[in-house]
Design a protein around this ligand. Structure first.
Ligand code: NAP
Length: 247
């Protein structure tokens, strides 16, 4: 029997492309995001290419924390089970600290940390009941160093990575896998306004790598591995005078 994956942030960018990729690999899909119209058109596109795909869509704002487990259970009922939950929804708002960007920074923390935690919390509860499963979250290479002009985003991804590390330790003797993705620059609307996107890869390539890493149950993959696995180490120890030029 084919596997089912639920993906948050499925209406755009990585979530959308990974949904297409998993449909091509024969998975059933539970797709969630705030924009229902975008999910509907994604569903239509997937069904045109892969008519047998089972798809459940739900509008969901992950910062409406109490709604997250309700939506997850609705998708479980509709698909008759989930094997993988991918907490991918995220935003990159904020700016330099002390420049009036607090509300944007707060929204980034609420979405990327608390929204992802609400998703993973609900998924883990279900997988503990079921006795198996796989929890996946999208962090970022920005988690490895507080980047100037991106403090809230870096902090949000660092918090998410560390929280997921604790989850992995809690699940050590359980048959529940934990994957934390650390992408570099993948071409999506979250970064297409930036003038400098070093080592940018296409969305299609990023989605293929991410699907491979999820299927391979990788623990903390950089996406793509080269150069980001190496750069993550460099970022963590680079002198502040070098990091300060990145803002
Ligand atoms: N692209 C990169 O280079 C890169 C690198 C590292 C990490 N990431 C991470 O990858 C993830 C996906 O980003 P992306 O690059 O694909 O950007 P994107 O194209 O802007 O997609 C973001 C997705 O998150 C959803 N979302 C945002 N806020 C939400 C909320 N409150 N509730 C539910 N869904 C919400 C959006 O859907 P709605 O607006 O319809 O809700 C959208 O589907 C994010 O966590 C991002 O931080 C991206």
């Amino acid at each position: 029997m084919s596997k089912n994956i639920m993906i948050t942030g499925a209406s755009s960018g990585i979530g959308r492309a990974v949904s297409m990729e998993f449909a091509a690999r024969g998975y059933g899909l539970g797709l969630a995001a705030r924009r229902l119209d975008a999910l509907e058109s994604l569903r239509d596109e997937i069904l045109q290419r892969h008519p047998d795909t089972r798809i459940a869509i739900r509008p969901l704002d992950v910062t409406e924390y109490a709604k997250v487990p309700v939506t997850l259970r609705e998708i479980i009922d509709e698909l008759e089970g989930l094997d993988i939950v991918f907490a991918n929804a995220g935003i990159g708002l904020g700016g330099k600290i002390g420049k009036g960007e607090f509300e944007a920074a707060k929204r980034t923390i609420e979405t990327n940390v608390l929204g992802a935690m609400a998703t993973v919390e609900a998924a883990t509860e279900y997988f503990r009941e079921r006795g198996r499963g796989h929890v996946v979250a999208t962090s970022s290479v920005a988690a490895f160093r507080g980047l100037p002009g991106n403090g809230a985003y870096s902090a949000s991804k660092a918090a998410l990575s560390v929280w997921m590390e604790a989850l992995r330790a809690e699940l050590y003797r359980h048959p529940i896998d934990v994957t934390v993705l650390h992408p570099g620059y993948i071409d999506t609307p979250i970064n297409d306004m930036l003038t400098n996107r070093p080592f940018l890869i296409s969305l299609e390539r990023g989605a293929r790598i991410i699907a491979d890493r999820i299927e391979g149950k990788a623990r903390n993959p950089a996406v793509p591995r080269w150069p980001w696995a190496w750069l993550a180490r460099v970022l963590a120890i680079a002198p502040t005078r070098f990091i300060s030029r990145m803002g």
